[in-house]
Design a protein around this ligand. Structure first.
Ligand SMILES: [Ca+2]
Ligand SMILES: [Ca+2]
Ligand SMILES: [Ca+2]
Ligand SMILES: [Ca+2]
Length: 583
């Protein structure tokens, strides 16, 4: 994990009021910005700058321009050399931060306009650079440069055929095991086929071999299924299929997951998804900037309208989380977390057969935006308050500033005002988060949160009022985590097997939808821990974004398999699934 120099944070409230001013006309007077701790609230229209950084005035509140003209001058099988043109800043660029795909790789000084980075042969990464000034203001990202380094050694030899394929049956689940194949370089994955069609996969590397087991869940009762397994290497060579094994399912589902069905398909990216009290399902299309309604069986699917004032980030911004008012039957409020050209914000709009955009109220502005790390989930708590997962906007130090909305779990009243029992006198409920995207409450009213790590560990946290969850000093349990002020995650996952976004809790079981891990985790909540952690759909539906409870006690599950790292609409190929849970 990279060590980051510490810089005093800029006065976010100054920029927030400035950028919100023109948009807030007509919004509730309270829909402004958090009041700085220890200061008297400034009169309307007056920006208070006291109370930050020990009361000193920050001279620089303007972020640099994005680095331009990012290009590669050399790519080998193990490295990439990037060059870019200098950003402009009112004071001066102090650092350039280099990322790929939301992962911070390194930083160089503000006078350096090149860097040679380690890359992985055959792996397609999207590189980009953010400029940062000495006051900590971070630019928007440069354009993305997508590079696939060549392989160091050409491989034309297929892996050996997997052997010893065996099946065991538990109700309507079939668990397969086999013996590892070998390869002249390395076996990096297995594909599992049921009756000739792919139903899952496992993935690994030369040093971390892929798993040699797979469970196929939720099958039809009393039916024969025939399985084979194929081994793969990193350069597209596949083994012959293994000898087949046939398994017959039992007369009933006896396990936790009893089946899936595809409710609808989407060419854009489903992100937030909610179900109204009458059963109607609403979901946002992130890059199309609209919201779709459909019946729970997928029929009568139609757009209910476009959300105003949205902008993408050529990354992960757009129409993100949704939440339904606890009093929806009478007030018809739909809550939306979305990106604009200047920030991420939380708004509410009445929905009554269409999105009544003339009713829009902007509730929270000034959540930082960037290419990645926009957060985005919304969830009403049993206390009637709205909770929001706010990313750090690729400006990690903001996560430790309780007067900044970046890298926080936020809490607000349904009308957008700050609850009087919030810990810092503003929207901040907990801090020290990187890019949280999962929120859910258990039966005891505890808030669980799921958060992306940088390149090592993803976290599941139980969120407490005023808690500091350690970012950026601490990622999962790696880094400077011994600080007694930091609250440790209750569970971590390696990012390669996780990178999880949405979570849902049904009967005190936590379900977690994972992108890079291509799977859903199921974990039983037991006290302050997760137990009996199982994985489902590994490689079956590929990247999973959102999991939500259905009204009838099952799960909605959405995919995010492509087109999810740009803001181009309709370049995805996604499914919304209903997962039937067992008793
Ligand atoms: Ca500046
Ligand atoms: Ca090979
Ligand atoms: Ca943490
Ligand atoms: Ca897209």
């Amino acid at each position: 994990m990279p060590t980051r120099p510490r810089h005093p944070r800029h006065l976010a409230s100054l920029a927030l009021v400035t950028c919100a001013g023109s948009i807030l006309a007509g919004a509730p007077a309270n829909a402004v910005v958090p009041t700085a701790v220890g200061t008297t609230a400034a009169p309307a229209g007056v920006v208070s700058v006291a109370g930050r950084a020990g009361g000193r005035l920050a001279a620089d509140t303007t972020a640099p321009t994005p680095p331009a003209n990012l290009r590669s001058t050399r790519t080998t099988c193990q490295s990439v050399t990037l060059v870019w043109s200098a950003s402009r800043d009112d004071v001066g660029v102090a650092f350039y931060d280099i990322y790929h795909d939301g992962q911070h790789v390194t930083e160089v000084s503000g006078t350096t306009l090149t860097a040679t980075l380690t890359a992985v042969q055959g792996s397609t990464w999207g590189w980009y650079v953010n400029a940062r000034d000495a006051a900590g203001n971070v630019s928007q990202a440069s354009a993305t440069l997508t590079i696939t380094p060549p392989f160091c050694q050409r491989d034309t030899q297929r892996p050996t055929t997997p052997t010893d394929l065996a099946a065991s049956v538990n109700g309507t689940d079939v668990t397969l095991t086999w013996s590892a194949a070998s390869d002249n370089i390395a076996v990096t994955g297995y594909t599992i086929l049921r009756d000739g069609a792919t139903v899952g996969s496992t993935a690994g590397t030369a040093t971390n071999p892929p798993r040699t087991s797979f469970t196929d869940t939720g099958l039809t009762v009393d039916t024969d299924f025939r399985y084979t397994v194929v081994a793969r290497d990193a350069q597209g060579n596949s083994s012959a299929a293994s000898a087949a094994v046939t398994a017959r399912t039992g007369p009933a589902c006896t396990s936790a997951v009893c089946g899936t069905s595809v409710i609808t398909v989407e060419q854009d990216l489903p992100w937030g998804l909610v179900q109204l009290p009458d059963g109607t399902v609403l979901y946002g299309r992130r890059d199309l900037f609209d919201i779709v309604a459909m019946n729970p069986d997928g029929t009568d699917k139609h757009s209910i309208g476009t959300v105003p004032n949205i902008a993408g980030t050529n990354g992960e911004g757009g129409v993100l989380g949704l939440a339904v008012s606890p009093d929806f039957a009478t007030d018809r409020w739909l809550y939306i977390y979305h990106t604009t050209t200047t920030d991420n914000r939380i708004v509410r709009i009445r929905y009554d057969t269409t999105l009544r955009t003339e009713t829009e109220e902007v509730l929270v502005t000034g959540i930082p935006r960037n290419k990645y790390h926009n957060g985005g989930r919304l969830r009403f708590g049993p206390d009637g308050m709205l909770y929001a997962a706010a990313g750090d906007g690729q400006s990690p130090d903001r996560a430790q500033d309780v007067n900044d909305l970046g890298g926080k779990v936020l809490r607000l009243r349904p009308d957008g005002t700050v609850p009087p029992d919030n810990p810092f006198g503003n929207y901040v409920w907990s801090y020290g988060h990187r890019n949280p995207q999962g929120l859910a409450f258990d039966s005891r009213g505890r808030l669980f949160e799921q958060e992306f790590g940088n390149n090592a560990m993803d976290e599941t946290n139980i969120i407490v009022r005023g808690g500091n969850y350690g970012w950026p000093a601490c990622e999962g349990t790696i880094g400077d985590c011994a600080n007694p002020d930091f609250l440790a995650p209750i569970h971590t996952y390696p990012v390669a097997e996780a990178s999880c976004s949405g979570i849902a809790i049904v009967q005190d079981v936590l379900y977690t939808a994972c992108l890079r891990g291509n799977r859903m985790y199921r974990a039983v909540i037991s006290g302050n821990t997760l137990t009996d952690i199982q994985q489902y759909f590994v490689g079956t539906y590929l990247r999973l974004r959102t999991v939500e409870p259905t009204l009838d006690g099952n799960l909605w599950l959405t995919t995010s398999t492509g087109g999810d790292k740009d803001s181009t609409p309709n370049n995805s190929d996604e499914k919304i699934l209903k997962v039937t849970l067992g008793g």
